[in-house]
Design a protein around this ligand. Sequence first.
Ligand SMILES: [Zn+2]
Length: 155
Amino acid sequence: MSTIPPTIVVCPNCGRKNRVPAAAHGTPRCSNCHRPLPWIVEGNDTTFAEVADQATIPVLVDLWAPWCGPCRSVSPVLESLAREFAGRVKLVKVNVDESPAIAQRFQARGIPLLLVLSGGAAVSEHVGAAPEQVLRPWLEKALEVASTRRAAQPS
Ligand SMILES: [Zn+2]
């Protein structure tokens, strides 16, 4: 069982409030209408393995810091994409100031650093802020790569 507290997510489809765990098998779904819910969580050095590496769907990692202006512009874009791609991707936000081990692991010299992980391995990365019309096709391509790799793995 996860020790990370769940968050309350309002279903974009029917408005039902759902308790969404930070880590779980598969993807969270609305208890009322059963549509996939957007999955947006925070990760740090302690929780990253559980919330990101062990996720069973691809993970979009946002390495950011409070002092980073471009990070503040890209965060809402990522959250909007996480809502659009609900059920296909999980967004994990990592404050690099509070997570030196994760920053080191992904060699985050420039932020925002965006990564798509599949089974804990990076399949794509993007450095620096970019508008939604750049990030959406980047994410779509990365999810394609992730699903191809997943399909190629023996189960
Ligand atoms: Zn619902």
